[in-house]
Write a protein of this length. Sequence first.
Length: 133
Amino acid sequence: GLEFKTESVTVTCTDALSKGNLVEFTLASAGYAACTKSTSAVNGTGVMMGIALEDVTAGSQGRIGVRGEFTATVDTEATAGAALGASADHAGNLDAAATGSKIVGVALEASASDTSQTKILFDGITGFATITA
């Protein structure tokens, strides 16, 4: 199959994170220096996102994937090929993208449960598109 270049960063994580959680980068002092667990389904094009690549305690540095193929926590409704954005139902999860949200992932397989790790293609910087209607 296709192989995608993986990009990741190390950043301070404000919240405790589990491997596979979706995060939003925090803009402060003219740059991105931290991240928080994603809690909103409607994230505009200016929101930068990532996937926790490891468990991280609150206030610690953690490795966050920003582009590439990762395993992530995806709500159970997602099917293979689904366009993914932040979940409205579960903080730190991805789900089928909602109107007004930035599409940051494509499910490469169906999600078995709301807590299972699902293989996705991810772009948290530019995303793939934004659902407008």
